[in-house]
Design a protein around this ligand. Structure first.
Ligand SMILES: N[C@@H](CCC(=O)N[C@@H](CS)C(=O)NCC(=O)O)C(=O)O
Length: 205
């Protein structure tokens, strides 16, 4: 398998974390986002969104990081991070959708303004209104995760699952994007646990 990714992309990091945790043999191919390689005809033929990550498994091309991590787990015999039981799996899926729809896009407002625009000047200068929007909208969303994590080590099912990797990936930019999550003690303790995993170290650029 091949994974087209970028080392500073949190959507890519989600997949790279799972690749390392599962010990999969996946060739990592860095896409030059600053050079707009993801907007070339060749790349768009694989992924019409012009975004990373994209997984290629034989003649199957798969984009959308959450779909990719589910696919990788399902492909791995004996995997321990995506339950078979339908209610347990729905619990994990609930947090994956929450991440995809609420948490990551809201954190993404700040990541785009404070990280992506620094790395890709073609995106223009930071927009103070977007920064203000991210600063205002992220804390109430983070508070939901923080309350959920009270007394828990992991997000779903009392064990490490795709949900932990998926949501922690977004927080890779906590410092650089100045994500307003300081003070959410349960998130901080849980994120430290994820950061202590071998997969986190192996996936750090
Ligand atoms: N929903 C997509 C989002 C992918 C995405 O937005 N990737 C970013 C990097 S984190 C990207 O490729 N940005 C480049 C661009 O939009 O030009 C996923 O989860 O894979």
């Amino acid at each position: 398998m091949r994974l087209y990714y970028h080392p500073l992309s949190s959507n890519s990091r989600r997949v790279v974390l799972v690749v390392h945790h599962l010990g999969l043999d996946v060739e990592l191919i860095a896409v030059d986002l600053a050079g707009a390689e993801h907007k070339t005809a060749d790349y768009l033929a694989m992924n019409p969104n012009g975004k990373v990550p994209t997984l290629v498994d034989g003649d199957f091309e798969l984009w959308e990081s959450y779909a990719i991590i589910q696919y990788l787990a399902d492909k791995t015999p004996g995997q321990d991070i995506y339950p078979e039981d339908i209610a347990a799996r729905a619990d994990v899926n609930r947090w994956l959708f929450w991440s995809a729809y609420h948490f990551a896009p809201t954190a993404g407002l700040l990541i785009k303004e404070r990280v992506s625009k620094r790395l890709s000047p073609r995106l223009g200068p930071p927009d103070p209104q977007e920064i203000a929007r991210g600063e205002a909208q992220l804390p109430p969303i983070a508070a939901i995760l923080d309350r959920h994590l009270a007394g828990k080590r992991w997000i779903a099912q009392d064990r490490l699952t795709l949900a932990d990797f998926a949501i922690a990936a977004t927080l890779m930019h906590t410092a650089a994007a100045q994500l307003p999550v300081a003070g959410f003690a349960n998130i901080e303790a849980w994120f430290a646990r994820v950061q202590s995993l071998a997969a986190w170290a192996k996936s750090t650029a």
